[in-house]
Design a binder for this molecule. Structure first.
Ligand SMILES: NC(=O)c1ccc[n+]([C@@H]2O[C@H](COP(=O)([O-])OP(=O)(O)OC[C@H]3O[C@@H](n4cnc5c(N)ncnc54)[C@H](OP(=O)(O)O)[C@@H]3O)[C@@H](O)[C@H]2O)c1
Length: 354
């Protein structure tokens, strides 16, 4: 009780408004998880007020039903990306569950306007350096743990090492869940192209698997990790050796299935050479101590930390002043809609304070 006013003192916390962009695989899992957690009373003062995909948007200041909003969307307005932040009170959270560069372009503008941004979209901090720096100026209000390792404690570990005065010397990682699955499953008994078809059917690759096989996704993730480690590198600083040969990279989408067999002979030869030395094939991203950076197929010794694990696991080794001889190793499921959605909600709770 307040001695002065003689009335109960209650802390009234305003609701934190949340806008979701993207209702695909990750956005859908996000809505399912939001429903579940809010039913358990775990989302505090968070309120979902706006949901959009590339075709429609719906909004309601009093809150939307996360379970039913996907049914409401087709009757919604055409989306106005530039309007998303308008009307959202300062401190509201915009969640980017798209892969859109147009959406990522808004991240620094929303932050500048006093909003928080939480993202699975790598085109923000993995985009050009000017965009990254504009975002990084608002680091405390930006949640990007879903961009690399689907919420594994990678970025936060690198940042806390640096905050504690450590200097990161080098990073090596298996950063693509789909390539990890493919290379873990490949023992030569089934052609590599057939494994790619299986992975595609199971939703483990992008709809066009060349986005995985080109190394472009891993390149973006390496940029994000390197920048979190204090090295502001760009795509021009990274040597990328794609898994897909040129004949596959240039094949029209309609003929993609047949063109996948261009992978078989190079992968068969790489596997035979690796097996002759008792090594394992992995698609690895490296930031070297001398400043070099590269992405490509490697044959690793079986006791290399990056050679272990299984399935879609991501694995990252970090060498620093503190971990100079033996690296810090972080490993776990680094792909999948559920873990990614969980990472987004964890980040909202951190930056939105819900
Ligand atoms: N899938 C995973 O396991 C995973 C894991 C980690 C990170 N990620 C990242 O998460 C993001 C989403 O992946 P996803 O698998 O969910 O992709 P997806 O299924 O293709 O969904 C993308 C969503 O973004 C929407 N969208 C595109 N442009 C938009 C715009 N301008 N405004 C509003 N919405 C827009 C699309 O709208 P329409 O429905 O109208 O097409 C769609 O709903 C990507 O950046 C991906 O790299 C995915």
């Amino acid at each position: 009780m307040s001695a002065l006013l003689d009335i109960p003192l209650t802390v009234v916390r305003p609701a934190v408004a949340v806008a979701l962009l993207g209702t695909g695989v990750v956005g859908g899992a996000f809505l399912d998880r939001w429903s579940r957690l809010s039913g358990l009373g775990l989302l505090g003062e968070l309120r979902l007020v706006h949901v959009a995909n590339s075709r429609h948007e719906v909004g309601h200041a009093a809150g939307l039903d996360p379970g039913g909003v996907r049914d409401e969307l087709p009757a919604g307005r055409a989306p106005m990306l530039g309007e998303v932040g308008v009307g959202l009170p300062e401190g509201s959270v915009v969640v980017d569950a798209t892969a859109s560069d147009d959406v990522a372009r808004w991240h620094p503008l929303w932050l500048e306007a006093g909003l928080r941004v939480v993202t699975a979209n790598k085109a923000g901090v993995g985009g050009d350096l000017a965009r990254y720096r504009a975002i990084d100026a608002h680091r405390a209000h930006y949640g990007d743990s879903a961009t690399v390792g689907a919420g594994l404690p990678l970025l936060r570990s690198l940042r806390s090492l640096r905050a504690g005065g450590d200097r990161v010397h080098a990073i090596a990682g298996v950063l693509s869940g789909s390539l990890a699955w493919l290379l873990d499953a490949y023992d030569g008994s089934t052609p590599f192209s057939e494994l790619v078809r299986q992975a595609r059917r199971r939703g483990l690759t992008e709809p066009d698997p060349r986005q995985d096989l080109s190394g472009a996704d891993v390149l973006r993730k390496l940029l994000i990790l390197a920048r979190a480690a204090g090295r502001d590198i760009t795509t021009a600083d990274v040597v990328v050796t794609p898994l897909a040969p040129a004949a596959l990279a240039t094949a029209p989408l309609a003929g993609l299935d047949a063109a996948l067999s261009a992978l078989d002979e190079p992968l068969r030869r790489a596997l035979a050479a690796a097996a002759a030395d008792g090594r394992r094939l992995r698609f690895v991203a490296r930031l070297d101590a001398d400043g070099g950076a590269r992405v490509g197929l490697e044959a690793l010794a079986p006791d290399d930390p990056l050679a272990g694990g299984g399935g879609c696991d991501n694995r990252v080794s970090v060498w620093s002043d503190r971990y100079a001889d033996s690296p810090l190793v972080i490993q776990g499921p680094g792909a999948g809609a559920e873990v990614t959605a969980a990472a987004l909600i964890d980040d909202i709770l951190r930056v939105g304070g819900g």
